[in-house]
Each structure stands twice: as C-alpha cells, then as structure tokens.
Write a protein that binds this ligand. Sequence first.
Ligand code: TYM
Length: 333
Amino acid sequence: METAERKKIIFSAIQPSGTITLGNYLGAWKNCAALQDEYNCIYALADLHAITVRQEPAKFRHNTLEAYALLMACGIDVEKSIFFIQSQVHTHAELAWILNCYTQFGELSRMTQFKDKSAKHPENINAGLFTYPSLMAADILLYQAELVPVGADQKQHLELARNIAERFNGVYSPTFTVPDGYIPKTNARIMSLQDPTRKMSKSDENANAYIAMLDKPDDIMRKFKRAVTDSEACVRYAEGKDGVNNLMGIYSGVTGKSFDEIEKEFEGKGYGDFKTAVGEAVVEHLRPIQERYEQLSKDKAYLERCYRENAEKALAISQRTLRKVMKKIGFVQ
Ligand code: TYM
C-alpha cells in the first residue's frame, strides 16, 4: 500500500446515462487499463450527475450496472484500482454542496455544456444542471487527484475545478491538489457519424450517429457504411474533411496506425473500401471486450461485491479530505 500511495493519483468518471460509446472509449477510457500500473487510479460511475436529465428508473439502474461490467471488461481491474458508483459514496454530494458556496454564478453561467443542455431540454433547466461542475470538482478534489483523463468536451469543467481548488486553498490554506487534465492528442473528440461537426454522443436520438460499445458486428458495419463523408473520394486528413478525419481517427485509435500509414493504405481506393476496413477494425477491437462483458455480466454477485467494497474504499479516502475541509471552514467537529 505504501508504494501505491507514492504513485500519482488519477481520477475519472463517466455518466451511466445511456450506453457507453466508442467516443467515450477512444476519448477517455481506452487507456484506463494501461494507466493502472503506473498510477493510483480511482474511477467512478457518475450516477449523481446523470439525474440532471430525467432518467427512467429501471433503465437507469440497468445502464449503471451495464456500465460497471463494461468498464471492467475494458480493463479496469479492481485489484489495482478503485472503481465505485458515485451515489454510494455520500461525501460527493456533501463536498459538492460546500464547493457550490465557493463557485460563482458567473462561472457556472459560462459553461458551454450547461448552455447546450438547457437548449436541448428547455422544459427542465434544473439547478442541478447548473451546479453540475461543482459536483464534478468535488469528485476530483476529494481524492486529491493529480491527473484527470477526459475527452476535450470536459476541459472547461476541469478548468473550473482547478479554479475552485485554487480559490479554496487561497481562502484557507493548501487543502486540495490542483488537478491537471490528461487529454489525448488524437481522438479527444470523436464526432457523430451522421453529422461530423458534432461530437458523438450517447444521448443522440439517431442511433446511426454513434457506435455503442455493445453494438453487434452487423450494426457496426452498417453504421460505418452509412457514415457521412464528402465527395472528394480521397482518404486524407485535411481541413474541411470532418467525416473522413473522424473515421481516420477512429481507425488509428483501434489499429494503432498513423495517419500517414492510413493515407498510404487507401491510396487509389474509394470510401467504400475505407469504411469497410474501419468497421471491421472496430468490430475486431471490440470483440474481446464484448466477450469479457458477456461473462462478467452473468456474475451479478461478483459485480455487487466489487462495487460495494470499492465504495467503502472510496469513502475512507474521501472522508479524509472532507473532514479537513469542514474543519478549515469552521464546522463544529
Ligand atoms: P461523459 O459521461 O459525458 O463522458 C465520459 C468521458 O468520455 C469523454 N467523451 C468523449 N471523448 C471523445 N469524443 C467524444 N465524442 C466523447 N464523448 C464523451 C468525456 O470527455 C469523458 O471523459 N462530467 C463527465 C463525467 C464526470 C467526470 C467527473 C469526469 C463526472 N465527474 C470527474 C472526470 C472527472 C461527463 O459527463 O462525461
């Protein structure tokens, strides 16, 4: 344990608000397994975040358990890392309230995700949607995380978490580690297959726009064949070729090939061949993950033991930070 504590701390989370997509995977979770040896990794399912949008109870429960098994299938190893469900660790909601009081209305108003989601759900612009970034800051700061692997869309929230940490440290004394982002150089923003100017999102109404990690091979092939490209019919990475750039990023992400290698491979070939190759590479990459998921998801008792024990571990660590924070503020001990 002592050596484990000297490793840098990584924290990341994902909302179980729908099915996990290839965008989530390539942007943030593909490396979750590889990071576990070098870092002290703490991962969570951010289910408290997910209720900022209405969730149907049975589906929500199902999605949360599915995401737990699926991320284990992607390589999270609970012998090496802590992997828990956010709502089972009460310190998150508690610190979030406290941090709300150290976060400015103006800061939250500038969050693009808040603006986007309120435009999308004008009938439910709730206070939770607005204060969501302080809960995310609490998630990260409770564990004194140094690095936070996320896709590019979470960069603004992460900046805010840094500002909140610095502000609190300045008002009192050093309390929180100020976290850095760990954003991949390529694939930090996987785009929709139907509208490559928008990010791939699990809440997209059009299922052809995203690849779900548990999609069947036929569906994956069909979605790639229908992917929007352009009329140039040349596989090359260039400005304005959003659809092709995106497919090249995905192909590179699952095969490890560079963009130069990909351009050479498809020289003189059309988009039909290219899309088939991307689809097949994704199917092959996902196959072992899907097989592990099938096995794991059958063992409900094992999964339950894992998330319960891991919630206890997360509670023990996060309580240390919460107690420190409450003492500094002046709450009666
Ligand atoms: P969420 O659930 O929307 O997404 C999970 C992770 O996937 C990344 N991601 C993408 N990356 C590349 N291309 C895409 N199209 C794409 N879509 C999503 C996200 O950047 C993210 O890393 N607020 C967070 C969850 C969260 C969190 C945290 C993350 C809650 N607390 C603390 C880090 C630390 C979210 O909604 O991610």
